[in-house]
Design a protein around this ligand. Sequence first.
Ligand code: PXP
Length: 241
Amino acid sequence: MKLGVNIDHVATVRQARRTTEPDPVWAAAAAELGGADQITVHLREDRRHIQDRDIELLKRTVNVKLNLECACVDEMLAIACELKPDQVCLVPEKREEVTTEGGLDVIANRNRVSDAVSKLHEAGIFVSLFIDPAEDQIALAKELSAEAVELHTGSYADAPTDALRTEQLKILKSASAFTKTSGLHLHAGHGLTYSNVLPIAAIDGMEELNIGHSIIARSMFVGMQTAVEQMKALCIQGAKG
Ligand code: PXP
C-alpha cells in the first residue's frame, strides 16, 4: 500500500498572497520524512495552486515517486513529456470547479485519451487514468494501454448516510476486483480522510492512495511530517485488514 501525498493546497495558501511561502517543495520534503511513498501535484491550466516552477523543482528534489496530475490537453502533455515525472495521472478539468469533479470520461474522450497515453508512453511515463468506478471505463482504460486506474472515491467520501456510503464502498470493491482481473494497477483517491480511509485501504489489491486536502488540513495543527505519519499508519492498518 503506497501513500501519495497531494501537496496542492500548500501552494493554494501561497497563491492566496502570490508570495513565496509556504513552499510546496518544503512540504514535499516534510511529507517524505513522514513516510510518503509519492508526492502528487496537479498542474491546473489556470495555475491556481501549483506553478511550473514547483514541478521543475520537485522533479529535481523529490526522492520518492513524483506523480503529476493533469488534464488531457496539449499544453500539459508537452510539460509532462519534457519533465518526465514517474507517473502521470490524467484527470478531467473544468475551470469553474473547486476541485476535480467526477472521473475522466474515457469513453466520451476516447481519441484524446488514446493520443495522450501514446505520447506519454513515448516519453517513457507510467500512465494512470482517474476514472469513476465503472467497468466500461476500466475496460477501455485497459484497451488504451494505461498501466493503472485511479478510482474516484468522491461519491463514497461525500455519501450523506452510512447506508449510501456502504453502497458506494460495494461499487468501489467490485470495480477494484474488475481492475485487478483486467491486469491494471489499482489506485484510488479523492475526498479520503483520517475517518473514512480504512475501508478503502482494506480493498483487496489496493496499491496506492492519493490524499491531499485532509492531510494538509491536519498538517496546520500537527505539522506535515506527523500528519503524513498518521495517515500512513491508517493506510497500513487498513491494508493489513
Ligand atoms: N486524486 C486525484 C486524481 C485528484 O484530482 C485529487 C484532488 O486533486 C486527489 C486524488 C486528492 O483529493 P483530496 O484532496 O480530496 O484528498
